[in-house]
Design a protein around this ligand. Structure first.
Ligand SMILES: COc1nc(N)nc2c1ncn2[C@H]1C[C@H](O)[C@@H](COP(=O)(O)OP(=O)(O)OP(=O)(O)O)O1
Length: 183
């Protein structure tokens, strides 16, 4: 199966599923998402409002004008969880919904942090063991790529959803790619 539109074409399929045509191209909007690891733990936040409400996720949001995605990721992490961390790009996710702009999400990881983890208006942070991540309470595609983030393997994902109502999304088709190991 070839790499779906919107992803770098030099990737190998790692996982894929669903069916149907990929949704048509649309303009991009940029987001960030950051996962902080500490020993065998991972910091997730229960989203209290907006896109992904009531799901656990990393910390992030929209990239503002004149910000790099790293600057936005650091700002969102601080605003939503109270901490700062040496974030590194781990992968990308293209979140596609009919009739909406494509959301390109730069996903970051860090293995330490400073500051005090604090609840915010948007997120209720909670540490989980990496062996018991609550995938059943997360975006459905997270289980396909979060193990790659944990193992520091760069990835790119496309996930096409249908939207039934404001917060009710149905996964239609997804594709997870990794860079082939160099020989
Ligand atoms: C499958 O799709 C997604 N999976 C995951 N794991 N995360 C996703 C997906 N689609 C979007 N996200 C992330 C990207 C952002 O981190 C948040 C959404 O950000 P939000 O809309 O809350 O942006 P803010 O700027 O924080 O919002 P406010 O304007 O309310 O401050 O979800």
């Amino acid at each position: 199966m070839s790499v779906p539109p919107g992803l770098p074409q030099n990737l190998s399929a790692f996982d894929e599923g669903g069916s149907g045509e990929w949704l048509p191209e649309a303009p991009l909007k940029l987001y960030t998402n950051a996962f902080v690891l500490h020993g065998d733990k991972i910091l997730l936040g229960l989203k209290k409002r907006g896109l992904g409400v009531n799901k656990y996720n990393g910390f992030g949001g929209k990239v503002e004008s004149r910000e790099s995605t790293l600057e936005a990721a650091l700002r969102e992490l601080k605003e939503e969880s109270g901490i700062t961390a040496p974030l590194e790009l781990a992968g990308t996710l293209l979140f596609v919904v009919p009739g909406e702009k494509w959301a390109h999400i730069d996903i970051f990881r860090a293995e330490n942090y400073s500051g005090t983890v604090t609840e915010s208006e948007e997120m209720c942070p909670e540490w989980f063991n990496q062996a018991s991540i609550p995938y059943e309470k997360m975006w459905e595609t997270d289980r396909t790529w979060l193990p790659l983030l944990l193992s520091k393997r760069p990835f790119a994902v496309r996930a096409d959803f249908g939207r039934n109502s404001a917060e009710n999304y149905t996964l239609r088709r997804w594709w997870v790619g990794v860079h082939s190991p160099t020989v």
